[in-house]
Structure formats: structure tokens, C-alpha cells
Design a protein around this ligand. Structure first.
Ligand code: ATP
Ligand code: MG
Length: 537
């Protein structure tokens, strides 16, 4: 009876398997090739960073930070263990032994915390110190209540029991508030890390701008669906430092489009917009106007949009709700409220795109919710993805490096959703060739299967396999002797192109038999002829 597998990949994560991984490699190889020609170097930041880096860079208000991050406290060691002991201790206030155990654990925690604060191994700020003082007072009281001193037979009185229960629970809960280690998060995106690295490695001293690209897994705790996973992959690039010349914006966009083009991705659509900058005569003024208009139609909006009028009015434009669409269509447009510099920057970006033959549509509803995003924003959609059809999002963020503690630095970048890109490429191949699998799909099949029999043949087979593999040919060398019939059967199952038949006769005569599996034809070749023949294919 088949039983359900005990272990399964966690919801929203998945295994990428052959032959699909060949396509992933092909995409990533193309990234290296194309991005290099635009002068970008690869950066590989860590997958975990302090939570604070992301809450600053991505924004405390964003969905990503508020509900999608995987966060944990990076702490171990004796103090952490002491806190775990308190936390896991099952407290039964009516049993003296249980009370004494909790008291022991709390005492142990208290003395270790004190030592940690003194040695500065534990983060030592006003909040933590104050916590320690309150906690110590609480402990003093709890110790009196629970003392075994016969002169203080407090346990007998019901009132005291109540106090023990209350204080024990209180102290047990309170310890959770101490920061023992740092809070770290699995990265939900990588722009923050790249900016952090730019500052940390003093890259502003390098020739500007610094052009970096990355690829790798990102983590967001979203509701999984087609094109949306909890572990997904992004390919991104950032241009940091130097000027904010519109040509830079256009070239970054041109690079993404060139990359998609090189992959043969069809049905790509680029939308662009400018969101101005955070000033009263520009975006801030627009947001005020927008907010006033939104308040007039408040009653017709859904709950999310209504809430956003005050917290993040621009994001209302992002709404996908059917019934809000006609309302949004009548709202004031940001293009009419840009300051002169931003308007001119936008006009020049469009001109630069035209010069590069990059086709775009303008979408005034394409926004970013954060203050440091400014001017150019863009998004690229692809086919075959249903409602999750954005494969790339990007924009200018001149304030971000400074926000993270670096010098004022211009910045622009994008992130491509690699999973969605691959999905779209796969849908495309399906549409073109209904039954045939793509050449990439079988790229890991062996070219040559060696059907050997006999110990002399085996030695020759090992040698041939080594030489052929060194020449880049994929070879399947069966680990045990098989009858030729069986071997040929297996060779076709594995989708091999050729079978080399190597028995003692062939070894003695030096004439090896190579069978083409598709048509069954056979030819005789010497060892060196065989190598030449396969290499030339
Ligand atoms: P969406 O509106 O689709 O949630 P987003 O605005 O959250 O996208 P960005 O943070 O700009 O996306 O990330 C850039 C790209 O990364 C997206 O265009 C998309 O292709 C991809 N992406 C984002 N979240 C996921 C996810 N959970 N699973 C797969 N791909 C994702
Ligand atoms: Mg999202």
C-alpha cells in the first residue's frame, strides 16, 4: 500500500528539476552574456540580512515588510538557552516544585542577562536596560512570594497563590521582549543588499556609476499561485552613483529588452511612467490633489483603497478591483503635476528610448509607494502568465543609499521575476510545437551509450568514456554488464543518440561498432575514428 510521503517541499517552495533546469541555466547564462556587454559586474550578496535593512529600504508600510518577510532571531548560546528554558517551562502555580523550577530558570536568566548587558554582548540600549530594571524588581517580589523560608509561609494564603500565579505568568511573558540577538530576515528582494554593499565597500570611491547585477532566490510569504511562490528567483541590476542622465534610465531599460530579445521571449510589453520627486511643487502636490479627489469618491471605493487614501494615496492607482477602474480613470494624472525638471527628465527618457528603438507605452498608473522612488518607473509584462503577468519592475531611487546611511547617490534598477520569465518561455514553446519537446528539454540525455560485455571490453569502455567526456560528449557507461539487447533497450529509453557496441571481438579487432539509434544503422570505426566522428557532430 502506498503511503503519503512524509516530507514534502514547504508550501510555496518547489524543486526545479531536469530537464527544466537546463532552461534555467540557459536563461542565467544569457544574463551573464548580455549584462556583461553593458558593463555590469555580478554581485552575490548574502541571503540573510538584518530585518532593519529591509524595513528601511522596502518601507515599513509595504506589504512585503508588514506581512511577507521570513524573520528570525539570530541567537544561540547560554542566555538564549536560559530564555528558552523559561519559555518552555510548564508553570503550575499550585505545585511548589513547579514554582521552584520556574523560579530557578528565571533566576538563571536574570543573572545571565545582567552579565550579558555588562559585557555588552547583549544589545545595550535604554529600552533593554529599563527592561532589566523592571524585570529585577519583578523577580525580587516573585522570590519573596515563592520563598521556601518557613518564616514566610505565604503559600497557605489563597491571595498569595493568586499573586504567584499572576507574577509567574507575567515574568514568563516578559522575557520574550528582550533582544538577545539580531533579528534577521530572508531577503524579500536584493536592491537593499546591493545598496548596503555599495556603502559598506566604499564603492563611491570607484569610477561612477557602479553597475551591478545579481540573481538568486528571494523569499516572501505570499499566497502561492501560478507565477507566485514563497521562494522565487529574481534577476536584477542596479546603477549606483554618477549622474541621473536620462540616457542611463534608457540604457538600463534597453538592457532588459535586449536580454528578453536574446531569449526570444515574445509578447513583451514595456510600460513607463514618471512619478516626479518628493517635493511640494511635484509629487507631494499631486498626492494632495489626488487625495482630495479620492475623498470625494471615497464611498465608492473598496476597503483597501479607502484606507490607502491617507496612508499611501498613490497606491490606489495600483488597484486591480473591477468596480474601481472607471473611478480611477477619472482621477488627476501625475504627468500634469510634474515640476519642470522632472517633466523634462521624463521627456528626455522617452527620447532616449526612441533613439534606441525601444518601444513602450505610457501608463500613468504605474507607481511606487515609497518616498525615495522618483522619476522613471517601468514595468514589463509577458504572455501566458494569467493575472501574474509582470516579469520585470524597475525604477529610479535616488534617495535610497542615503536613507541607508550612505552619501547622496543616484540610483536606478530593476528586478526580473525569473520564475515567470521561464513560465512564459515554456508557454511559448508549448504554443509553437504542440508535441515536440524543446531541444533544451533533452539536453541532459546522453549522446552515447556504451553497451559493453566482457572484462577487456569494460577496460576499453572506461578509457573511451574518459576521452569522449574530456571532449565534451555526454556518455552513459552502465555500471554492470548487460546483454546487448537489454543495453540497447536502455539506451533508447535514456534517449541516447548512439550506442557503442563493445564486446571482446571488437576490442581484439580494433573495429568498434557504432549504432545510430534513430534508424538502427551501424558503422564500424576505430577508437580514434569514433572520437573524431562524435566530436564533429
Ligand atoms: P506583484 O505585483 O506581481 O506582486 P511586485 O510588485 O511585488 O509584483 P517586485 O517587488 O517589483 O514585484 O519584484 C519584481 C518582479 O519579481 C515582479 O515583477 C515579479 O515578476 C517577480 N515576483 C515578485 N514576487 C514574486 C513571487 N512571490 N513569486 C514569483 N515572482 C515574483
Ligand atoms: Mg508583490
Amino acid at each position: 500500500m502506498a503511503t503519503k510521503a512524509k516530507f514534502q517541499a514547504i508550501r510555496g517552495t518547489r524543486d526545479l528539476l531536469p530537464p527544466e533546469t537546463a532552461l534555467w541555466n540557459h536563461v542565467e547564462q544569457t544574463v551573464h552574456e548580455v549584462f556583461r556587454t553593458f558593463g555590469f559586474g555580478e554581485i552575490r550578496p548574502p541571503i540573510v540580512e538584518t530585518t532593519e535593512l529591509f524595513s528601511r529600504a522596502v518601507g515599513q508600510e509595504s506589504d512585503v515588510v508588514q506581512k511577507e518577510m521570513y524573520i528570525f532571531e539570530d541567537a544561540r548560546g547560554e542566555l538564549w538557552q536560559a530564555r528558552e528554558n523559561v519559555r518552555n517551562c510548564f508553570f503550575r502555580p499550585h505545585e511548589n516544585s513547579s514554582v521552584q523550577v520556574l523560579r530557578g530558570f528565571l533566576g538563571d536568566f536574570q543573572s545571565r542577562l545582567q552579565a550579558g548587558l555588562q559585557s555588552r554582548e547583549v544589545e545595550h540600549d535604554a529600552g533593554q536596560t529599563q527592561f532589566y530594571q523592571y524585570f529585577s524588581q519583578g523577580m525580587e517580589y516573585f522570590s519573596k512570594l515563592t520563598s521556601n523560608d518557613p518564616d514566610l509561609p505565604l503559600q497557605i494564603h489563597g491571595k498569595v497563590l493568586e499573586e504567584i500565579e499572576r507574577m509567574g505568568a507575567f515574568l514568563k511573558n516578559a522575557i520574550v521582549g528582550v533582544r538577545i540577538g539580531t533579528f534577521v530576515a530572508l531577503r524579500p528582494e536584493a536592491t537593499a543588499s546591493v545598496c548596503r554593499a555599495y556603502i559598506e565597500h566604499n564603492m563611491q570611491q570607484l569610477p561612477q556609476p557602479v553597475k551591478l547585477y545579481y540573481m538568486g532566490p528571494m523569499f516572501r510569504r505570499e499566497r502561492p499561485q501560478k507565477g507566485r511562490y514563497r521562494q522565487f528567483y529574481q534577476i536584477g541590476a542596479e546603477v549606483l552613483g554618477g549622474t541621473d542622465a536620462p540616457a542611463i534610465d534608457a540604457e538600463v531599460i534597453e538592457m532588459v529588452m535586449t536580454f528578453f530579445d536574446r531569449l526570444g521571449l515574445e509578447g513583451v510589453e514595456l510600460s513607463i511612467n514618471s512619478i516626479g520627486h518628493a517635493a511640494d511643487n511635484c509629487r507631494r502636490g499631486y498626492v494632495e490633489t489626488l487625495r482630495a479627489e479620492l475623498n470625494k469618491v471615497k464611498d465608492k471605493l473598496g476597503a483597501d483603497s479607502r484606507r490607502r487614501i491617507d496612508t499611501n494615496a498613490l497606491r490606489v492607482l495600483d488597484s486591480k478591483l473591477e468596480h474601481e477602474q472607471p473611478i480611477i480613470a477619472r482621477l488627476p494624472k501625475i504627468a500634469d503635476h510634474l515640476c519642470d525638471e522632472c517633466a523634462s527628465h521624463y521627456a528626455r527618457v522617452k527620447k532616449e528610448l526612441d533613439l534606441r528603438d525601444v518601444k513602450y507605452v505610457e501608463n500613468w498608473r504605474l507607481v511606487r509607494g515609497l518616498d525615495y522612488y522618483m522619476r522613471t518607473t517601468f514595468e514589463i509584462t509577458a504572455r501566458g502568465l494569467g493575472s501574474q503577468n509582470a516579469v520585470c519592475g524597475g525604477g529610479r531611487y535616488d534617495g535610497l543609499v542615503e536613507l541607508l546611511g550612505g552619501p547622496p547617490t543616484k540610483g536606478i534598477g530593476f528586478a526580473i521575476g525569473e520564475d515567470r520569465l521561464i513560465l512564459s518561455l515554456q508557454e511559448q514553446t508549448k504554443a509553437h510545437s504542440s508535441s515536440e519537446s524543446s531541444p533544451l528539454a533533452t539536453s541532459h540525455s546522453p549522446r552515447l551509450y556504451i553497451a559493453w560485455m566482457g572484462q577487456n571490453a569494460y577496460a576499453a569502455a572506461i578509457r573511451a568514456a574518459r576521452n569522449l567526456r574530456a571532449a565534451g560528449i555526454s556518455v552513459e557507461l552502465p555500471p554492470a554488464e548487460q546483454k546487448f539487447g537489454k543495453a540497447l533497450e536502455r539506451a533508447s529509453k535514456l534517449n541516447a543518440k548512439f550506442a557503442l557496441i563493445l564486446g571482446d571481438n571488437e576490442v581484439t579487432s580494433g573495429e568498434w561498432a557504432l549504432k545510430t539509434l534513430a534508424d538502427g544503422t551501424q558503422q564500424k570505426l576505430s577508437e580514434s575514428q569514433l572520437l573524431d566522428f562524435l566530436k564533429r557532430l
